[in-house]
Design a protein around this ligand. Structure first.
Ligand code: GLA
Length: 396
């Protein structure tokens, strides 16, 4: 079972050695984390609120400069090298892992950052397709690596936005800003309460006596990318219809539950439910932030449970296996609350568990889930970690 960072030093050292073997020169090392979202799902692209934390799974990259315009990118996970040219990056999604590299390099250049060729080794240790943002962590690590060898620099927020744009244009997912933002701005032992309209955030301390336990259902639904974009279109349709009543509405962020009820007859039932999820989820994130500030974890947990129900029934992005994991968690000792996390249609749940109960929870839920489904889940006991950095031995 993969574990969050065991020894950073040894990961960096073996990456350095592999890089040296492949390219014959030493490389600089960068890493960017995956994330888990505590609450606030499918709200980011509606200008709403989210509360993610970076976790101790990273995409690691070693990089050195080349004298030509080539990008030679070796992926450890795919055991494959992609050869790209900085002068030929345009084109639609190719459904290949190198789309992330191509996209980030292309958007950086379009943004006016002069790039140079580079040799890269990518070691992506964030579980893929699990809803823990392996994509954003790859994008952010690549952006930092390419900028560094070109002696360029960008404000961190610009960097996050460039990575988001790369995903829109070169991967084809119209994602919000949450994943890239937290990969850049994540803080040790804190969740980020992020306003996705103003992009201002507050780091909220996570009490040291709780753990973020992530249960990977090991299920991936192929539909996920198309369904994600469809949810986003449903929300946009809702906004257009609600604007007939309130022209000042720019996004679902601007609509209250009372506004929605008043306009219920204006909306098709499905669009109503999609909007109901988003608007009620924004309210839950605000309440959850208050609960965390007050140290009221029981309240926080109730809001997580309510979030799951809303994602399951109104937004319809859960699945049988995620519902089962949440139901199993609710019966376990030391659990405050549980919900699916990330885009949905498979992937992971997050459960807030008292630290002293975390190990028993880990073993217990793995056993029950396997008994019911025949699938052995991965269960990770995590804490909130720092965002992306250049790895320097002396600094850690
Ligand atoms: C994916 C997207 C995010 C966000 C979540 C759902 O992770 O990349 O922007 O929309 O789904 O909350």
């Amino acid at each position: 079972m993969p574990r969050p960072v065991v020894s950073d030093g040894s990961t960096a050292a073996s990456l350095e050695a592999r890089f040296q073997r492949l390219f014959g020169t030493p490389g600089q090392i960068f890493r960017a984390p995956g994330r888990v979202n505590l609450i606030g799902e499918h709200t980011d692209y509606n200008d709403g609120f989210v509360m993610p934390a970076a976790i101790g799974f990273y995409t690691w990259i070693a990089v050195s400069r080349r004298d030509d315009r080539g990008l030679q990118v070796y992926s450890e996970q795919f055991d494959e090298t992609a050869e790209l040219s900085l002068d030929g990056l345009a084109g639609p999604p190719r459904k290949h892992w190198s789309d992330f590299v191509r996209g980030v390099a292309a958007v950086l250049q379009a943004h006016g950052c002069p790039l140079t060729g580079a040799n890269l080794v990518v070691d992506g240790q964030v579980p893929m397709g699990a809803g823990l943002s392996s994509s954003a962590s790859l994008e952010v690590a690549i952006a930092m690596a390419l900028l560094s060898v070109a002696h360029g620099a960008l404000p961190p927020l610009e960097l996050a936005k460039i990575c988001q744009r790369a995903e829109h244009e070169y991967v084809g997912t119209r994602c919000g800003i949450m994943d890239q933002f937290v990969a850049v701005f994540g803080q040790d032992a804190h969740a980020l309460m992020l306003d996705c309209r103003s992009l201002s955030y507050q780091a909220l301390p996570i009490p040291s006596d709780v753990r973020l336990v992530i249960c990977n259902s090991m299920v991936k639904h192929e539909l996920a990318a198309g369904e994600y974009n469809r949810r986003r279109s449903d929300c946009e349709a809702g906004v257009r219809m609600l604007q007939e009543d309130q022209p000042s509405v720019r996004a679902l962020r601007d609509v209250t539950l009372a506004d929605l009820e008043r306009n219920k007859n204006r909306l098709p039932e499905l669009v109503y439910r999609r909007c109901h999820h988003v608007i009620s989820e924004d309210d839950r994130v605000l309440s959850a932030a208050d609960a965390l500030r007050a140290g009221n974890l029981s309240r926080f947990g109730q809001l997580m449970n309510a979030s799951h129900q809303s994602l399951r029934d109104d937004y319809e992005v859960s699945c049988r296996e995620l519902d089962l994991l949440v139901a199993l968690a609710s019966g376990c000792a030391g659990v405050f609350g549980s919900r699916m996390t990330g885009g949905g249609f498979g992937g992971c749940t997050i459960t807030l568990v008292r630290s002293d109960a975390a190990e028993r929870f880990q073993a217990g839920i793995a056993e029950s889930y396997q008994r019911e489904t025949g699938i052995a889940p991965d269960v990770y006991v995590c804490s909130a970690m720092q965002g992306a950095v250049e790895w320097k031995k002396s600094a850690f």
